[in-house]
Write a new protein. Structure first.
Length: 287
């Protein structure tokens, strides 16, 4: 029994270096993407996060054409593209009658189209699939270091701007009344979102990068109440999704990225029904 348990749950990671690297990448992503995803949910910016996830595609595609399957090259290009879209989307929402979400939607659709055109015309079908869906099993040492650095930077930055960021999230009017620079914290948060999407890009591609950020966050919303517990729950759910997604990919032969998001989706559906706060079961009990 114990031998079967070891063979199924532990042996794949002890026997294969690429799986260990993928698991460490999932740990780093969960630490960075978990809290950022929670803040996206609390700030009602989930769809804006989706827009940024797609907006990194043209920059990542250009980085791919220049440096090949290099996370630093694709990551730098994706970050610049995401930051450009975030800046332009925010600026246009202040200079025109468009709301911020509508402005972001317009720019991200243009970015998505340009990115697909770049990869499909300058690369191959395999290249396009890699950029869109990623492969966490191909994470090398340099990529792993970069993902870990982004996670570390995210945690340090959130610790430094935690209070004003929450104030800007829940009561921006009060923050303005006491002289707080809400716009600065908002833009800083968008930078953190773009950085973590770049970190998730190598593992999950542009189409699923947001999944590691949003599905654990909305699941945490059904399990915890306080912000710190939401952060912890979201990171734990992300790590669990990564671990069991990699096992599913290894034993069944499914692609690693979709397997991870599939497990995260199962956790979300389970908590929709049996979660501690606001789930279908809780609504039925108090109805």
């Amino acid at each position: 029994m114990l031998e079967n348990f070891h063979d199924f749950f532990i042996a794949p990671f002890s026997d294969y270096l690429f799986l260990r690297r993928a698991l460490v990448a999932c740990l780093s992503l969960s630490l960075g993407c978990g809290p950022v995803g929670v803040l996206l949910v609390l700030r009602r910016m989930s769809l804006m996060g989706d827009a940024l996830a797609h907006a990194i595609l043209p920059g990542a595609a250009l980085g791919f054409l220049i440096g090949g399957l290099s996370l630093p090259a694709m990551g730098l290009g994706g970050f610049i593209a995401g930051l450009l879209v975030a800046t332009m989307g925010g600026a246009m929402s202040r200079m025109t009658i468009l709301n911020e979400d509508a402005s972001f939607a317009g720019f991200y659709l243009i970015s998505l189209a340009v990115g697909v055109l770049i990869v499909s015309t300058q690369g191959s079908q395999v290249d396009l699939m890699h950029v869109l869906f990623g492969t966490i099993l191909a994470v090398d040492t340099l990529s792993l270091i970069l993902v870990a650095m982004i996670a570390t930077l995210t945690l340090i930055a959130l610790a430094m701007i935690y209070r004003p960021l929450l104030l800007e999230c829940f009561d921006p009017g009060f923050l303005r009344s006491v002289g707080g620079r809400g716009g600065v914290y908002h833009f800083s948060f968008l930078i953190l979102v773009a950085l973590n999407l770049v970190a998730a890009f190598q593992a999950l591609g542009t189409l699923m990068a947001l999944g590691m950020m949003m599905l654990p966050a909305v699941s945490a919303r059904l399990w915890a109440r306080h912000v710190w517990s939401l952060f912890a729950a979201s990171s734990i759910f992300a790590l669990v999704s990564g671990y069991f997604g990699l096992l599913l990919s290894y034993h069944v032969g499914w692609p690693s990225g979709p397997s991870i998001i599939f497990i995260a989706g199962l956790i979300y559906i389970f908590l929709l029904v049996f979660g501690k706060f606001g789930s279908l079961q809780q609504k039925r009990i108090y109805a």
